[in-house]
Design a protein around this ligand. Sequence first.
Ligand code: 5AD
Ligand code: SF4
Length: 444
Amino acid sequence: MKKVFIRTFGCQMNIRDSEFVMGLMLDDGYKRAGSAEDADVILFNSCSVRQHAEDRLFSNISDLKKLKKRKPEIVIGLMGCTAQEHKDNILRKIPLVDLVCGPGNEVDLPRLIKDVVKNRCPIIAADKINELRPEKFPEYREGDFKAFVSIGEGCNNFCSYCIVPYVRGAERSRDAKDIIKEVKDLAARGFKEITLLGQNVNSFKLKTYNLKLTTSNRANDFVRLLEALNKIKGIERIRFMTSHPKDASTELFEAMRDLEKVCEHLHLPLQSGSDRILKLMNRGYNAAHYLKLSESYRKIVHGGSITTDVIVGFPSEREADFKKTVEMMETVRFESAFMFKYSPRPPAKSARLKDDVPADVKQRRLQKILDLQCKISEEYNKSLVGATVEALSDTFHAKEKSLITGRTRTNRITLFDGDKDCIGSLVNVKIGSATPHALKGRRV
Ligand code: 5AD
Ligand code: SF4
């Protein structure tokens, strides 16, 4: 029996895509390989969002040179965003690669691999960038109780720094009927937590014929989808990401308050606190709007968390702009944040601007907000000492095997005592201590 190995880089969307492709391959008769050395087919699912990820990917593929020399019959494929981005030059750049497959073509991978094996010549498949995946999903899932569910693909926002609209195409929503069916199937198989994925979940669109999904009169289509999913028996937690500040609304926050399964965690990328930079980023909101939104969230969703993404060193970012980002982080007090140094990603528009913030300034600014966020996260986590929180038990802790790790509804990592029987179940944990990155306590 042939074996397949998939190496994944990047976001949750890519993790879900790799799972989907693994499912297709298993259904096609393949087995999972434990390592690249052990595999007949090696697939790299790539991320283009930052240059750094791409560099790592290329060096990882190049590492397979010796293996390919020893076993020339293996198939090395590149899928995901970088495959789409470099479809025209990848074979020249890395002759090791036999197959280049964009995100829209991934559903065809088993057939494409057969064609490569049969004809022993490289294939490029990257023409379905704007298509919605057919509703034919393999059963395979990586976990037993937590699952990602994609609600749509692509993005129409064209934030000036971002390559996603160019590699994942125009925004398209899945039919709510299909999403509900997928979640019902997951519930029937014992899954308890789902995370809805989309580049901008708030612009999810219902088809006209499923507008009647709920009896509520809330106007927003994504909120209506949440209401429908909230009714599915067996599902205990619903998460979603990513929200865009120009589309998130109080209606969404009220739904987060009122729908008991929807977790009180909002991922709301800020990117910058400077209005001038936000405008250059084409984000469609200013700092005052973001602040108002976050205040409204805090007021409506009691005890809820907000996490964010921040970019430092965008072209022309001056000290005064950066200071505004710092002030915003101090004011909103995010529970946690992903922070990045800007990197130009052509064809994204900002790549035409001069990347004029020197590398050492980018690094200094990044370090400053990393330190700031670490302090805020620690203060937040420490404020929970003495409280009892609900955690969904995930797995044993990698180092301290007597501890289980789980997540609170607000998505904080929580460590506690437990055995294998409690994995996959909801437990209450009394918090005894806290670090910036985790809570620690005992089950009560
Ligand atoms: N440079 C740095 N960070 C970027 N991101 C997206 N594009 C870039 C870029 N060109 C960050 C944004 C986004 C997150 C997924 O990655 O903060 O929200
Ligand atoms: Fe990129 Fe902006 Fe779309 Fe997010 S919303 S994927 S940052 S273009």
